[in-house]
Design a protein around this ligand. Structure first.
Ligand SMILES: C[S@@+](CC[C@H](N)C(=O)[O-])C[C@H]1O[C@@H](n2cnc3c(N)ncnc32)[C@H](O)[C@@H]1O
Length: 205
């Protein structure tokens, strides 16, 4: 029952995200006049693909990942895939969203999917809302603004353990590439590219 409720909610959200391209273009057009801001994308989902989501659920199940942290909730599509995995492993999710209106809609979506009790939403800048986070992390999903991938990763590094997996979305963007170059200098991190480089999965040796 819970799984079909999650799947229905995800399907509805993908339908609603159909106009994302127009919303993204509208947000990006503003950058001609002023630097681009997260609020320019307050109505856009910018979600991971369904294929990625299904793969994420498999990754969670096959590695028995329980303690999950997400940077960049948006309206919660990726979080719902994490929740789908969490229902199989007995896991929990902390997800972070800068824009309050997006976070609030995500919470409604989590309630509709029947998984609200598995997810804690931290509203505000993840660099602040995860600052004093001390729990160990099994899966870190990076999908917020790319210039924060490196500082956020470094801030949470003490919470990693030998089996931690870091899932990097939009790994082919300029700031993500700089982040990955830095991470790859440390031989303890192994990088695996997927989806023609859109995603990189980091594991620990
Ligand atoms: C690509 S979208 C996330 C998509 C979501 N993971 C999904 O697949 O459904 C990136 C989100 O990160 C949020 N964000 C950007 N900077 C952030 C920050 N410093 N802290 C928390 N969230 C942030 C943006 O507001 C935006 O909603």
């Amino acid at each position: 029952m819970q799984n079909s409720q999650i799947e229905t909610t995800i399907a509805d959200l993908y339908k609603d995200s159909k106009n994302d391209y127009l919303k993204m273009m509208k947000g990006a057009a503003k950058s001609i006049f002023s630097p681009i801001q997260p609020s320019d994308f307050k109505d856009a989902y910018l979600a991971i693909s369904k294929e990625q989501g299904i793969d994420l659920v498999d990754l969670i199940k096959s590695n028995n990942l329980k303690n999950m942290v997400e940077f960049g909730t948006s309206f919660g599509i990726s979080t719902l895939f994490l929740a789908q995995g969490a229902t199989e492993t007995g896991g929990r999710i902390i997800t972070t969203e800068l824009i309050k209106s997006k976070a609030k809609k995500a919470i409604v979506n989590f309630k509709n999917a029947g998984v609200n009790d598995l997810i804690e939403v931290r509203i505000g800048d993840a660099m602040e809302t995860l600052k004093n986070y001390t729990e160990s992390i099994d899966l870190l999903l990076l999908d917020g603004w790319k210039d924060l991938y490196l500082p956020l990763f470094q801030m949470l590094e003490p919470n990693f353990h030998a089996n931690t997996i870091i899932y990097v979305d939009n790994a082919d963007m300029a700031d993500s590439r700089k982040f990955l170059e830095k991470v790859s200098q440390n031989s303890k991190y192994q990088l695996q590219r997927k989806y023609a480089g859109k995603v990189v999965i980091i594991s620990i040796e």
